[in-house]
Design a protein around this ligand. Structure first.
Ligand SMILES: Nc1ncnc2c1ncn2[C@@H]1O[C@H](COP(=O)(O)OP(=O)(O)OP(=O)(O)O)[C@@H](O)[C@H]1O
Ligand SMILES: [Mg+2]
Length: 233
């Protein structure tokens, strides 16, 4: 579904992503793990069209690396950004409406219902300002907002950040459920253990390059990964 080749991201003189290549097959969960500053967010932003990369990004065979973000969104890619970034002064419903900006009015109602089914907590709070939600609830809202565009590829940037373990488990269960329904997922995480347990395939990013890749189950067993990313001796 997604084929990234020789991707480079520069911020002025800073070379954040250094020629990485990876792919996300249809229906799979792929994870990019790595330490702070490895280039994970930059990679997702490049795919979403939020930064201008060099290299090739093919989505369903179409080159998207020169397209503006709203065109990429229309093609079927959605990003749940790092730190959630919900609109705190808008209500839950208004946040969902923003996620469905490319939908017809008549399409919105059934989509709201779908989101409320997936995240019942959001239904109870539909008219409350998003800023009043807890961190975990805001993460759910951020995911629901992304899903409002009915993306074929859902990208998430560190959804577990700052959440209690129980809530992380809940969020990851939802990702599993979405994947079971056929959604393809590209997941960026520092929480390597959780991400590798969920994913089919993983890439380890170090200083803007791919240091290691493989089946997620294999990476979980890998001594180097265990030492460096799972905090084991
Ligand atoms: N807007 C920017 N301007 C300049 N440098 C940037 C910018 N955004 C990111 N960088 C730099 O690019 C590198 C990669 O950053 P990026 O945010 O992609 O890393 P990350 O893997 O997502 O890290 P984290 O786990 O901390 O979120 C870092 O060295 C960072 O300082
Ligand atoms: Mg990041």
């Amino acid at each position: 579904m997604l084929e990234v080749k020789n991707l480079n991201v520069f911020y002025g003189v800073i070379h954040a992503v250094k020629g990485i290549s990876f792919s996300v097959p249809d229906g799979k969960i792929v994870t990019l793990i790595g330490a702070n500053g490895a280039g994970k967010s930059s990679t997702l932003k490049a795919i979403a069209g939020l930064v201008r990369p060099k290299g090739s990004i093919l989505f369903k065979g179409k080159e998207i690396n020169k397209l503006p973000a709203h065109e990429i969104s229309k093609l079927g890619i959605a990003l749940v950004p790092e730190g959630r970034r919900v609109f705190v002064n808008l209500t839950i419903l208004e946040n969902l409406r923003m996620g469905g900006f490319n939908k017809k009015l008549s399409e919105l109602e059934p989509l709201y219902e779908k989101m409320f089914e997936l995240f019942p907590i959001l239904k109870e709070r539909a008219y409350q300002k998003a800023g009043t939600l807890s961190g975990g609830e805001q993460q759910m809202l951020a995911i629901a907002r992304a899903l409002m565009s009915e993306p074929e590829l859902l990208m998430l940037d560190e959804p577990s950040l700052g959440l209690a373990p129980l809530i992380v488990a809940e969020v990851f269960d939802i990702l599993k459920e979405l994947n079971n329904q056929g959604r393809t997922i590209l997941l960026v995480e520092q929480n390597a253990a959780q991400a590798l347990k969920l994913a089919d395939y993983g890439y380890v990013l170090e200083n803007g390059t791919i240091a290691l890749e493989g089946e997620a189950s294999g990476l979980l067993e890998n001594d180097e990964v265990r030492k460096r990313y799972l905090g084991e001796d």
